[in-house]
Design a protein around this ligand. Structure first.
Ligand code: C2E
Ligand code: MG
Ligand code: MG
Length: 661
């Protein structure tokens, strides 16, 4: 670089590697840093050059350059000022070397040193570093703990000074063996503690070998008294829960299996109650784990206070507890579970705050539900799963294979497949009424499964699983076909037209053939398309781009489209505008609390207004009382459906109703 008096620099010459490093184009000569590179880099370079020129001294600096492949190149530049006879700096020559690799190696070295250091510092054993003469160079924290000496007191003393006299001879032998490069065996040895007591330790010595030469020794010591204590603690820990002091899952497994082998157990029933606290995560998340832990302790206490033969309480883990009631009938277990539920009606106090918690309880009985600990626990857990599913704060007995099947998609699939073949599926119809006149105007078709093997299974349980297995597709086809056939039959029978709505789940909606299936059924029974309604959920419409063309095809076909459970899912007002929707179905959760919850009342009225202003019909689901109906009437809701009017009924019962109206 050519330098001027004001410490300005311009390029004079750069060889090819330099041009690459600084990313210079061909016309660099005569240019300043600012003219060839970003301002920030130019400034740094200029500063370094200026320093070299001002101080008339060689300068070294490193910089990083981003390469085209995304990697970095680290360059070390040496700047040498070149002066004329009068000592004025005329040029600055820069020589840059690529030091990426050597820097990397240096960093790796530092890292590996730190790694080695970490093993020593955090080792639970005491590690004492010695030089070849046996002088102490370093102690890790554990060694300081065991011996009681600080680093200063110890360092530059000889280790043999701290070995109990009688052990010194043995110690010296081991030391000299280690010096020859062989790790010693572990020996028992006594250390003199700073306070004068003698500490029993296990001692092992390792040579520190650097470049094939022994250059030091690690003496590793382990406090034996602590070891015995630890062993006790560990044994205790493995069978007891630290937080509540209750026996844990391991204790349960081994204790229960032993108990089941006894004669008394064989002669009578044993009940296992699996308890899970409802929404406990909420307590942890909102009040912190400290509060969570305190409450768990109090729950444990409460579970232990019942007066009942010799029952035992275990903490299964987290917010789960297991109670074991030996010599207990189903009836007794039932009473006991009720007692537990009652006992939770009282709140839990902690830190002058009150917390309400409810438990859910699943119950299994020995020997009916399982012959060993594992299977009894599993059965109770499955019953518990059903309690949670049905709304928590409840208890339930294991129901045999059906519980397992609900959780076993593979098995369910085979049974559901058979259900379709064996005609175990039926459609029930729930009337939908015009609120102002109390006239039945339409129906919602709801699927029912009366399994020959397991009895009644609710759609809320099997439909999600049918979705997972894809079985919803043939089932859905059957539903559409059956509903269309019913429309035809009733319009002939009653000489009046009724619309029937069928539920379409998201998986069905994604099916390419859905519109064809519907068209086919409409043609097959020769019915007016607007007598068929499809209920889709908000979730179905999330993928706007995919949903719009399908809905348009449906509208072209002439069928009606309603949005089920409106307000519970992805409620975006924008989709309402974009989609060709005829009816909004206000979800039952809003209707349920319309009389008691202002927000639900507000949501309900808002949906009704919204539907009106968008030119859609609106129907309220789940109407169960006269008051709700009155509220909806005043809110100007046009249609209703719910237990207050009719439950979903089989076709023949609907026919009876229609004839007698
Ligand atoms: P959904 O479409 O929202 O159906 C309304 C549910 O509420 C039905 O439950 C119905 O029996 C119940 N219900 C009606 N009136 C009242 C009331 O006044 N109070 C209360 N508490 N409940 C009422 P169901 O029959 O158990 O069906 C549950 C869900 O299963 C349905 O919810 C629907 O999403 C799905 N589903 C039912 N049938 C089919 C079907 O054929 N295909 C598909 N894909 N899903 C179906
Ligand atoms: Mg529905
Ligand atoms: Mg609904």
């Amino acid at each position: 670089m050519k330098a001027d008096e004001k410490y300005g620099f311009t390029y004079l010459f750069a060889n090819e590697p330099a041009m690459n490093h600084a990313k210079l184009s061909e016309q660099y000569i005569g240019k300043t840093f600012d003219e060839v590179m970003p301002a920030k880099e130019a400034k740094i370079l200029h500063l370094n050059y200026k320093k070299a020129a001002m101080h008339k001294e060689t300068m070294v600096f490193t910089d990083e350059v981003d390469l085209a492949d995304g990697s970095k190149l680290i360059g070390e530049s040496i700047l040498t000022p070149v002066m004329d006879e009068e000592g004025i700096v005329k040029y600055v020559v820069s020589v840059t070397r690529d030091i990426t690799v050597s820097l990397l190696e240096k960093n790796q070295l530092i890292e590996s040193e730190q790694r080695a250091r970490s093993i020593v510092d955090h080792n639970l054993d005491g590690v004492i570093t010695l030089d070849m003469s046996g002088k102490i160079i370093d102690l890790n924290p554990a060694a300081r703990m065991i011996t009681g000496y600080s680093n200063q007191q110890f360092i530059s003393a000889y280790i043999s000074d701290y070995i109990y006299e009688e052990d010194d001879c043995h110690f010296q032998q081991v030391l000299s063996k280690t010096k020859s490069g062989i790790a010693s065996e572990t020996i028992d040895c006594r250390f003199v503690h700073q306070k004068g007591e003698v500490v029993d330790v296990h001692l092992k010595m390792l040579p520190i070998i650097i470049n094939q030469k022994v250059s030091g020794i690690y003496a590793i010591i382990r406090d034996l008294s602590q070891l015995t204590k630890n062993a006790e603690i560990i044994a205790n820990m493995s069978f007891y829960d630290q937080l509540t002091g209750l026996p844990n899952r391991r204790a349960l497994l081994s204790g229960l299996d032993k108990h089941l082998e006894t004669d008394t157990a064989k002669k009578s029933d044993t009940a296992l109650l699996y308890i899970d606290l409802d929404r406990f995560k909420y307590i942890n998340d909102s009040f912190g784990h400290l509060v969570g832990d305190e409450i768990l302790k109090k729950v444990a206490e409460r579970l232990c206070q019942f007066e009942y033969r010799d029952y035992s309480v275990y903490r299964q883990g987290g917010d789960e507890f297991i109670l074991l009631l030996p010599n207990t009938s189903k009836k007794d277990a039932n009473k006991f579970a009720q007692k537990i539920l009652d006992s939770f009606k009282k709140s839990f106090y902690f830190d002058s705050s009150e917390y309400y918690i409810t438990p859910s309880i699943g119950i299994s009985l020995y020997p009916a539900d399982g012959k060993d600990a594992e299977s009894l626990i599993k059965a109770a857990d499955e019953a518990l799963f059903r309690v949670k599913e049905k709304g928590k704060a409840h208890f339930q007995f294991y129901q045999g294979r059906i519980d397992t099947i609900h959780r076993n998609v593979v098995e369910l699939e085979t049974h559901l497949r058979k259900a379709l073949e064996n005609e175990e599926l039926t459609l029930y119809y729930q009337p939908q009424l015009e609120l102002a006149t109390n006239e039945i105007v339409s129906f919602e078709a709801l699927l029912r499964w009366h399994s020959k093997e397991f009895g009644f299974i609710s759609p809320a349980e099997f439909i999600p699983l049918a979705e997972d297995t894809g079985l919803i597709l043939p089932i859905g086809q059957w539903v559409i076909d059956t509903a269309c056939s019913q429309i035809k039959q009733w319009s002939e029978q009653f000489n009046r037209e009724f619309r029937i709505a069928v539920n379409i789940s998201p998986r069905q909606f994604q099916d390419q053939n859905l519109v064809d299936t519907i068209r086919h059924a409409i043609n097959k029974y020769n019915i007016a398309p607007d007598l068929l309604e499809v209920e889709i959920t908000e979730g179905t419409m999330q993928d706007t781009a995919a949903a719009i063309p399908i809905l348009k095809k449906m509208k072209k076909l002439g069928i009606m489209v309603s949005v089920d459970d409106f307000g519970t899912g992805y409620s975006s007002l924008s989709y309402l505008k974009q989609f060709p929707i005829d009816v909004l179905k206000i979800d039952q959760s809003f209707v349920k609390d319309v009389m008691t919850n202002n927000k639900d009342a507000a949501i309900t009225t808002t949906i009704i207004h919204l539907a009106k202003s968008l030119g859609m019909d609106v129907i309220a689901e789940g109407v169960e009382s006269k008051e709700q109906a009155q509220f909806l009437l005043e809110a100007d809701c046009a249609y209703v459906q719910g237990y207050y009017y009719y439950r979903p009924l089989p076709a023949n019962e609907i026919e009876n109703i229609m004839m007698n109206r």
